[in-house]
Ligand binder design. Structure first.
Ligand SMILES: Cc1cc2nc3c(=O)[nH]c(=O)nc-3n(C[C@H](O)[C@H](O)[C@H](O)COP(=O)(O)OP(=O)(O)OC[C@H]3O[C@@H](n4cnc5c(N)ncnc54)[C@H](O)[C@@H]3O)c2cc1C
Length: 510
């Protein structure tokens, strides 16, 4: 069967350029011609600035120099997410990257911690995670190879400027031969017999032919929805948020936290993402529970610096396309679906979409078995993430607004109840096969949101009470000392990957 020779990527947002970068790097210009079409008039969604550690896999695939990448995207480091006022007002907890302590004798660390809490000790699970402790103290460094030290396992992700990230990847992709075409797509040509797409057509009449089309056109779903007719599975009943106001503020010196902050509000939550040159803020909410004006006012009243621009409203609907891949069109990014940004999972889903596409890369025969597998795995990934998101909203003591009362009482997605039941009985967490979030994540959020358990996992009795105390206090101490050893986040950036000062600052210094 004939090899794919022409790949057309529609859209130049984060999804489009990540796809162009990865395909250019892996397949190369000799394998296939890669063309990306984007319209400056339409622009990109302009948000999406927090990531999870899996992005490091993508960066390694591209062979990026991390310091250059951070410098050019004005990025900062992220050790997890602080959740403020989620379980109840005045309460906060941290969902860290990296594990709590380490498993011993084949038993989960968290089981020993749960046992410890029955031994007259009451401490925070966060004390057993270096990322959480370092975040609290504004510290950051990359892992260093020291045997048996928590410093060797530091897990991190990034915050970056979405616009600069797309530009960065564009330079990267064009450097490897990808071609960019500026223009607005107004129609597409389909083969009347097979229903396969043959070309997209621009407003000026130009026709761009392809063998494989990747739809990265954002919420519009220009190809997957409008051309291929694939509908959207609406998950609003589980993910009721459907709007966000986003606004940048001036950078707050000495508050460049190495983590994202998420603060629960009356009808949603507010994000705070520190970058080197500014802070990103937004209020994600449901317009069924608060009107847009009131949500904007809430956001503007809760900023730690003056806004740099007028707030921008983004509308969305939680859910996904019934199929992510249909015939010769693969949807990646917002065109394929969206779950609200609470756990920064969209960029990860782009990366996973690309990875799966490469694993099941078609030839011109477009085997249906590959397409089916791609679609099945994509839906599963979405479902697992959705369940984890629902946990945050559903398990709360908050009942101070209609919104929170709805969330507390919502009908649960099928698999989530089982997770709750297992946790409530013996504090157990099981990661399903392809599930993104591991037991640390589930444990952090379940405990953080105030869930309780009837008894600890009986296997934790493989260690005596005294040994549990000794081991856990030892781990806590090692984590404390490791954090003490780490530089501040700001110092780390200054020493390694500070953005170049803008021209106007340079001229003032001259
Ligand atoms: C409020 C909010 C906050 C978010 N925060 C995060 C986060 O913290 N972390 C995270 O991982 N993700 C986050 N996301 C998701 C993230 O923003 C997206 O996954 C990411 O930006 C990818 O978007 P995209 O490239 O699919 O779409 P877009 O950025 O919308 O790009 C679409 C592209 O298609 C082009 N296009 C569209 N129509 C045409 C046409 N007719 N002709 C030519 N070109 C066309 C546009 O010009 C544009 O280049 C957030 C999303 C929202 C809504």
């Amino acid at each position: 069967m004939e090899t794919i020779r022409k790949i057309v990527i529609v859209g130049g947002g984060t999804a489009g350029w990540m796809t162009a970068a990865a395909l250019s790097k892996i397949l190369g210009a000799n394998y296939a011609e890669i063309t990306l079409v984007e319209s400056d008039d339409i622009g990109t969604v302009g948000v999406g600035e927090a990531t999870i550690p899996q992005i490091n896999i993508f960066n390694r695939l591209l062979g990026l120099k991390e310091d250059d990448f951070i410098r050019q995207t004005h990025g900062t480091f992220k050790l997890g997410i602080e959740f403020v006022d989620w379980a109840r007002k005045g309460h906060s907890y941290f969902h860290p990257f990296g594990p709590y302590g380490f498993d011993m004798k084949g038993v989960s660390f968290h089981a020993f911690w749960q046992k410890l809490q029955t031994l007259g000790v009451s401490d925070s699970i966060s004390d057993y995670n270096l990322q959480a402790v370092a975040a609290r103290e504004g510290k950051f460094m990359r892992p260093v190879q020291v045997e048996n030290s928590p410093l060797s396992t530091i897990a991190y992700a990034f915050h970056f400027d979405a616009g600069l990230y797309a530009k960065f990847l564009r330079r990267f992709s064009e450097g490897l031969g990808a071609q960019r075409i500026e223009g607005r797509i107004v129609s597409a040509d389909k083969n009347a017999e097979t229903g396969f797409l043959e070309a997209v057509v621009l407003g000026d009449g130009r026709r761009i032919e392809g063998d494989l089309f990747i739809d990265c056109s954002g919420f519009r779903g220009l190809l997957i929805g409008q051309q291929m007719g694939i509908d959207y599975e609406d998950w609003s009943k589980w993910l009721p948020n459907n709007r966000a106001w986003a606004v940048p503020t001036a950078r707050v010196h000495d508050n460049q936290t190495p983590y994202t902050r998420s603060t629960a509000r009356e009808a949603g939550w507010q994000w705070r993402i520190p970058l080197q040159h500014r802070t990103g803020n937004g209020y994600v909410f449901s317009n069924n529970f608060i009107d847009e004006q009131a949500a904007m006012d809430t956001l503007l009243q809760n900023l730690d610096a003056p806004p740099l621009k007028d707030p921008m409203l983004v509308k969305f609907q939680g859910g996904h396309r019934h199929k992510f891949w249909e015939k010769n069109v693969v949807a990646i990014g917002l065109s394929s679906g969206f779950m609200e940004p609470l756990e920064s999972t969209s960029i990860h889903l782009i990366q996973v979409g690309i990875a799966k596409l490469l694993q099941m890369f078609p030839d011109k025969g477009f085997e249906q078995a590959d397409i089916n597998r791609y679609n099945r795995l994509s839906v599963l990934e979405y479902e697992y993430i959705r369940d984890f998101l629902v946990l945050h909203f559903n398990q709360t003591e908050r009942d101070d607004s209609e919104y929170w009362r709805y969330c507390r009482n919502m009908e649960l997605p099928p698999r989530l109840q089982e997770k709750y039941d297992l946790f409530r009985s013996r504090g157990r967490i099981f990661r399903e096969n392809e599930e993104l979030f591991n037991d640390t994540s589930w444990f952090a959020v379940m405990v953080g949101q105030g869930m309780t358990w009837r008894g600890y996992d009986p296997v934790a009795d493989v260690m005596s009470d005294e040994d549990v105390k000794r081991q856990l206090f030892g781990i806590k101490d090692a984590i404390r000392k490791s954090s003490d050893y780490m530089p501040t986040h700001e110092d780390f950036i200054r020493a390694n990957c500070a953005m170049e000062a803008p021209v106007e600052v340079m001229s003032q210094l001259a």
